[in-house]
Every structure is written in structure tokens, then in C-alpha cells.
Design a protein around this ligand. Structure first.
Ligand SMILES: O=P(O)(O)OC[C@@H](O)[C@@H](O)c1c[nH]c2ccccc12
Length: 272
């Protein structure tokens, strides 16, 4: 599945390079603040809420909402950042970044299969704050190079690992934010045990995010208690009966929203 997706991405990127040459993407060089990393560092828990309409494994996940509608709900619900799929297998487009930017002030992660430096320039040009880099589809040299280029462009990076071997590789780079993907990209099955299994092998010098298969506040709370800084959640949000409520629950890592007010006396119930 992964190899097929990447082959498709390679063709798409080649075609886009023809219609929009690199020089055109490089016109705007205004420096931008690293908003994504900052949002993750701002508190001890951060929800990165993903605008995900479909996936190659499951097909349509939601037909009720558009990408900007999801972004609006996530923003209202207290997400710290947004993840926007821009690849065809997830029914995403590069333009979705601008559409989300128009309705939300939150930092945006470009969620794609980045295999070419050109896509980093595209991300910057489209208005993304950060990009996902997937260790499984990159060589050490590509990873180092993409991290450096992203840095020059003012893009934050979330570097994704699934195995111990990938974690070790990434920890030999300066990547400041590592995402442990609970989804095995060869089978597309998820198990959040993947995060707990890799945690003891992290070097303590990176911000850690858990990705995929996180369904509600209970998972979020367990991850937070284990020292994970945040969660990247798509399906658990878009398939929730009440997306706003699910966003709140995940953004608060399962802490109760309305802590009961202390009662003063039995005769005077607190109506505040
Ligand atoms: O919808 P989920 O299970 O909450 O997962 C979100 C996100 O982690 C997932 O979309 C993802 C993260 N990295 C990937 C790499 C490829 C495909 C998909 C992904």
C-alpha cells in the first residue's frame, strides 16, 4: 500500500513541477515565525486535529463536512494546531491549506508523503507552518537534507517513526519534534501500544507526539501521563457523533471540562 501511494505521489509531483516551476514557488521569501512548534510547546498537552475526509484503507470517513468546516469546529473546540491532508489518496489538495488558513488562526501542518524537496517549497508557498516527514519513506541523506531545507524555509517539522530502527535513525538527526505513528503503514492497522513501546527508547531531547488510532479522552490522558506532548487525531474526530465535543475531550486530554464547584452549605446550593 505504502509503495503504491509513494509511486503515485512521485507522478503527481513530477506533473506539478511542470505546471508550477520551483522558481514560482520561491518568490515569497518573507520570514515566518515557527508557529507550529511554539503551539506544541505552549502547554503540556496539545491536540493536532486532522482534516481527513477519506483514507486509502477505509474510503470516505465523513461526507457531512468540508475541510474548512472541520477546521472551524476544531478551532472552536480548543485544538492547538491543525493537520491538513494535501494528497489525492486522502482526498486532499494543496489548496486546502489556504481554505483552512481563511477560517482559522491555528498553525497548519501539511500532511503528505514528502519525497521531494519541491514539496517543501510548495508547503511554504501554500501557507503551511509545518510539514510531516515520514522516516519510512526517506533515506538518512534525504531526511537530513529535508530537515535543513525546511529550517531555511521557516517550516517546522514533525518527523514520523513507527519502529525502533526508525526512531534510532531520527534521533541521530537534530529533529526537534518526533511523531510516533501508531499505524503500521505496511498493514494500515493501528495500536497505541506502539507509542508506549517506543517511549523508553526516546532520548529525552525531543517533543513527542503520538499519531493515529487515538479515539478519545481516555487514550489522550494515558499518553499525556506517559510524558507525550500531544496527539495527532483524524478518524477519531471526523467520525465522532459530536465532533465539537470530541475535539474538546481530546484537547483537554480527558480532563473534565466543568469541575464541580465546591458547595458552601447544604441549604445554599451553588447555582453559579
Ligand atoms: O485518523 P487517525 O487514525 O487519527 O490518524 C491521523 C494521522 O496520524 C494519520 O492520518 C497519519 C499519520 N501519518 C500518516 C502517514 C500516512 C498516512 C496516514 C498518516
Amino acid at each position: 500500500m505504502l509503495a503504491r501511494i509513494v509511486a503515485g505521489i512521485r507522478q503527481e509531483v513530477a506533473a506539478r513541477k511542470q505546471t508550477r516551476p520551483l522558481a514560482e514557488l520561491q518568490r515569497d521569501t518573507t520570514p515566518r515565525p515557527p508557529a507550529f512548534a511554539k503551539a506544541l510547546r505552549a502547554a503540556d498537552w496539545a491536540l493536532i486535529a486532522e482534516c481527513k475526509l477519506a483514507s486509502p484503507a477505509k474510503g470516505t470517513l465523513t461526507a457531512r463536512h468540508t475541510v474548512p468546516e472541520l477546521a472551524r469546529i476544531y478551532t472552536a473546540g480548543g485544538a492547538a494546531a491543525l493537520s491538513v491532508h494535501t494528497s489525492a489518496p486522502f482526498r486532499g489538495r494543496l489548496e486546502d491549506i489556504a481554505a483552512v488558513r481563511a477560517v482559522s488562526p491555528l498553525p497548519i501542518l501539511r500532511k503528505d508523503f514528502i519525497i521531494d524537496e519541491y514539496q517543501l517549497h510548495e508547503a511554504r508557498w501554500a501557507g503551511a507552518d509545518a510539514v510531516l516527514l515520514i522516516a519510512a519513506i526517506l533515506t538518512d541523506a534525504e531526511l537530513a537534507r529535508f530537515l535543513a531545507v525546511a529550517g531555511e524555509l521557516g517550516l517546522d517539522t514533525l518527523v514520523e517513526v513507527h519502529s525502533r530502527e526508525e526512531l534510532d535513525r531520527v534521533q541521530r538527526t537534530p529533529a526537534p519534534i518526533i511523531g510516533i505513528n501508531n499505524r503500521d503503514l505496511t498493514t494500515f492497522t493501528t495500536d497505541i501500544a506502539a507509542t508506549f513501546a517506543l517511549l523508553p527508547h526516546t532520548d529525552g531531547r525531543r517533543l513527542l507526539v503520538s499519531e493515529s488510532g487515538i479515539t478519545g479522552g481516555h487514550d489522550a490522558r494515558r499518553l499525556k501521563q506517559a510524558g507525550v506532548r500531544g496527539a495527532l487525531v483524524g478518524e477519531g474526530l471526523v467520525t465522532a457523533p459530536d465532533i465539537l465535543a470530541r475535539t474538546r475531550e481530546l484537547a483537554l486530554a480527558g480532563e473534565p471540562t466543568d469541575a464541580p464547584q465546591p458547595r458552601h452549605t447544604k441549604e445554599e446550593p451553588n447555582n453559579a
